[in-house]
Design a protein around this ligand. Structure first.
Ligand code: IFM
Length: 869
């Protein structure tokens, strides 16, 4: 058996089938036409290569498929590509003559990629096609995008040397594929190790919750934790709806919606899972033949689907937990104390179990302030049932292909980091809706930790990645804040301040929902002061709006509906500062990002962000009627008067007034970060020590590098890094980004790895409560802003790559100012691909060049770090 040519695996599903006309034609046009049309109707994509002219092949075959699968004829020795549809055959492309047909095969592979079909789901019938995927992938005849496709030729399809022709194999395969679909068999995934997260069956009870979190599937509106076969408690299987909260005792928390996907008994508990990041599906499998596949449709938010099969039979249990019956469907409502609710409808085939195969579809509808009509969920379910599992799955693959096309991340030379970065991005792209308003809680839609509350995590950590990959989702996050402007204004007024006072923790109505106490390990109540004092969130929200406009170029947003997010922030700060007798302005009694030190004065982060906010508002308001000129002038005066802790003698910022007087403490002398230093040492010790929970001064160098003292980057990093415990998951990747900017990419990579593995390895023991979505956002920011040095500078994009010695290259796809840009940085040069003219600034103070589509190579190699010993 040659490389790339495998015997046909029985019982496997394929989403694309390619063959050669001259080798299948003897089986008869009628039989081929029937099968090909049926395959296309079942969603399979067919490609027929031919030496013969299109007219001959099409005239003989006369296939007129109706979709959703496609039929392409790659005729005239592979030079002409035609698409066949019910209405006729259309020439779609003419490609270079190539005896191997590689050029047309490459075109077809690109089409399949756009449909989310990886090579593992492609079957090539005929040994003559083997050269496309066989041998040296750099050879001109090779099609690397099809590597790993299955090739079957007659010699391997049967033990008999006088085996069937390619045509007979095609007919047999077609029948088998059609039967698999009508029998509702579980489809396969393309098990590409670059895209698949493998989780073996949990061996420890705690792993069940962690895996359920990691396997969460979300569509931006609903999130469904991944626990279908573990027989886990409902809490571990929770389904939540974005923005739908309820009150439980004195807490406001995300409402637990009816659970749709649990299967009571699948004959084994040893089910391992694979999360296919490329297509947004989870596959389950056990050694004794159990298999399942499930997804949350990103095309039809609220629609979920699962198929499962087990030779020994499945006892499915309640189709919905709890289940109320309505005809063939289960229909259930979860009501919130806030007037809202979630309604779910689900149907299973077969209705009763045990059965060897089960298919279940569900439709959800939710509203934060009214209980949706059951008809909404039933209609969504009815449409899903009408279109069927296979079509839903094909749509899902295609949608994810579109998402990844704007958000690709490739790390050449570090497969592990690449997979973990894709895992982070996958969940970010799943979590946030791209319409309406998006309430992005600290754990997204993957768990109930932090009760689904919205922190600065959303504005500062998550929003930037979406501004650069799914701008409409970033905009939906800003809509969430805009809809709560009045609540933030009322809150400011009730505290005696002007402008907006954003709550530290926010839920549905914009009130502050930060809990007032938590219980320590001994059950003792500990007051929580962040709600009262973590005021920097006011500037963080303004920063998010500003950043969105800078990246997307949507300046109309900032000049229009988004303007109060910046201006009312400035009004808050103007009323919040104290001016002393010497004319210096102070912000007293706050908590900065370093929550180990409470009620401090002049936290550098808070003051510099406030100063930035005041100046940004003044710039924005100047020249318009948004604020009177004396108010604008007062913002500028106030900004100039604000102290920031910078000391010219040390060249660095003091984290807050008095920090240098605390007991010196180098955290690595005590424990290896990341470590919860407050739990390890006790709250009183950390309060009295120079130990920092998370990026605080360092965070300034990340968010507003032009608004800190010039030249302070290295001094601040060298001083604060050894004092930082990374007791918050928000910290390591931000440090990575800043180390990269400081020209220390290897140091940066060490910290990036902590963030990359945080949930995958449950580093902090908290992943069971949900994914750390802010950590995911910080990972992308470290890659984009840290390693690639991307930064909007007006209409220009700064690119200033610095790469770890162990990486060959880093490539990110982003959307910048309405166009797609691919930045490929290696130690040898920089390649930029764009779809519209792009002004690029090379380096922080380098030359500006205009790059025209499709792009160009620039002699601008990434700066490298020193190799680690
Ligand atoms: O917002 C963070 C904060 O910075 C540190 N504690 C956890 C919060 C939610 O993730």
């Amino acid at each position: 058996m040659r490389h790339g040519v495998a015997p046909l695996e029985p019982g496997r599903s394929y989403e694309a089938i390619l063959c050669t006309w001259e080798r299948v034609a003897p089986s008869g046009a009628t039989a081929l036409r029937d099968r090909i049309e049926a395959l296309c109707a079942a969603g399979v994509n067919v490609g027929v290569f031919a030496t013969a002219p299109a007219e001959v092949v099409d005239g003989t075959l006369q296939a007129r498929p109706d979709g959703p699968g496609t039929l392409h004829l790659l005729t005239d020795r592979g030079t002409r590509i035609s698409s066949c549809a019910r209405t006729g055959t259309t020439l779609v492309r003419v490609v270079q003559a190539d005896p191997s047909m590689a050029a047309s095969a490459r075109w077809l592979a690109a089409l399949l990629r756009e449909r989310g079909i990886g090579p593992g789901l492609v079957l090539l019938i005929g040994g003559d096609l083997a050269s496309l995927v066989d041998g040296d992938m750099s050879a001109p005849v090779a099609v690397p995008e099809l590597r790993r496709a299955t090739v079957v030729d007659c010699g391997t399809a049967t033990a008999s040397s006088s085996g069937p022709s390619d045509g007979a194999v095609l007919l047999r395969v077609a029948d088998e594929q059609l039967r698999r679909r009508s029998d509702r068999r579980v489809p396969d995934i393309d098990a590409d190790p670059r895209w698949v997260i493998e989780l073996p069956a949990p061996t420890h009870p705690a792993d069940v919750g962690v895996h359920a979190t990691l396997l969460t599937l979300a569509d931006g509106h609903f999130g469904s934790r991944g626990c279908i076969e573990h027989g886990a408690a409902d809490a571990a299987c929770a389904v939540v709806a974005s923005g739908v909260y309820t009150d439980v005792d004195d807490r406001r928390t995300l409402l637990s919606a009816p659970v749709w996907a649990a299967l009571d008994d699948v004959g084994t508990s040893a089910v391992g899972h694979r999360l296919d990041l490329r297509t947004g599906v989870v596959e389950g499998a056990s050694d004794d033949g159990f298999r399942s596949l499930r997804f949350a449709s990103c095309v039809r938010p609220g629609v979920m689907a699962v198929r499962a099969e087990a030779p020994g039979g499945i006892t499915a249990g309640d189709v919905l937990r709890p289940c109320g019956r309505a005809g063939d469907d289960c229909v259930t409502v979860a009501r919130s104390t806030r007037g809202g609710g979630v309604v779910a409808a689900a149907r299973q085939h077969p209705a009763g179990t045990p059965a060897t195969r089960v298919e279940r579809l569900a439709g959800y509808a939710a509203h934060p302030r009214q209980v949706p009509d059951a008809g909404e969920a039933r209609d969504a379910l009815a449409r899903a049932v009408r279109d069927g599992f296979d079509r839903l799955l094909a749509e899902q693959r295609m949608e994810w292909a579109t998402r990844w096309a704007d958000a690709a991340v490739t790390i050449h030379g570090d497969d592990g980091a690449q997979l973990a970065a894709r895992f982070a991005l996958f969940h970010l792209l799943s979590t946030v809706a791209d319409s309406g308003e998006a309430a992005v809680g600290a754990r997204g839609l993957s768990g109930l930790a932090y009760d689904g509350h919205v922190f600065w995590d959303a504005d500062v950590f998550v929003l930037p990645v979406l501004a650069a990959t799914r701008p409409r989702a970033a905009r939906a996050m800003l809509e969430y804040r805009l809809a709560r402007l009045d609540a933030a204004r009322r809150r400011a007024a009730s505290h005696g301040f002007a402008g907006t006072m954003w709550p530290w923790e926010s839920a549905d109505d914009g009130a502050d929902v930060t809990p007032e106490v938590w219980r320590d390990h001994g059950g003792r109540p500990v007051p929580i002061r962040t709600g009262a004092a973590e005021h920097h969130i006011v500037a963080d929200v303004a920063w998010a709006a500003h950043h969105f406009a800078q990246w997307t170029g949507d300046v109309a947003f900032l000049a229009g509906v988004g303007r109060p997010l910046v201006l009312d922030g400035a009004r808050f700060w103007a009323s919040r500062v104290d001016v002393d007798a010497a004319g210096q302005a102070h912000i007293r009694g706050v908590i900065g990002p370093d929550e180990y030190h409470e009620m401090v004065d002049d936290n550098a982060f808070t003051n510099v962000m406030a100063r930035w906010n005041l100046r940004a508002a003044a710039d924005l308001a100047d020249g318009g009627d948004a604020a009177p000129s004396d108010e604008i002038a007062s913002w500028r005066r106030m900004a100039d008067a604000l102290v920031d802790g910078y000391d010219t003698r040390t060249g660095r910022h003091e984290q807050f007034a008095g920090f240098y007087g605390l007991t010196p403490l180098i955290i690595a002398d005590i424990a290896r970060p990341p470590v919860a230093a407050d739990l390890l040492l006790g709250r009183d010790v950390v309060r009295a020590s120079q130990v920092v929970k998370q990026a605080d001064v360092v965070m300034l160098h990340h968010l507003v590098p032009d608004h800190v003292a010039p030249g302070s980057l290295h001094a601040d990093l060298e001083y604060y890094a050894p004092r930082t415990a990374h007791g918050s998951s928000l910290s390591p990747a931000i440090h990575a980004a800043v180390w990269a900017r400081a020209g220390r990419p290897d140091r940066a990579l060490d910290l990036l790895r902590v963030a990359l593995r945080l949930d995958l390895d449950d580093v902090t023991g908290t992943t069971g409560g949900g994914l750390h979505v802010a950590t995911f956002g910080s990972v992308w920011q470290a890659l984009a802003f840290g390693f690639l040095g991307l930064r909007p500078l007006g209409d220009a994009l700064q690119v200033d790559p610095v790469l770890p010695a162990t990486w060959d290259a880093l490539e990110l796809t982003v959307r910048f100012r309405g166009g797609r840009v691919v930045v490929h940085a290696s130690h040898h040069g920089l390649r930029l691909t764009c779809e519209r003219p792009l002004t690029v600034q090379l380096g922080t103070a380098g030359e500006r060049v205009t790059v025209h589509p499709p792009g160009r190579d620039l002699a601008a190699p990434a700066r490298s770090g020193e190799a680690k010993a």
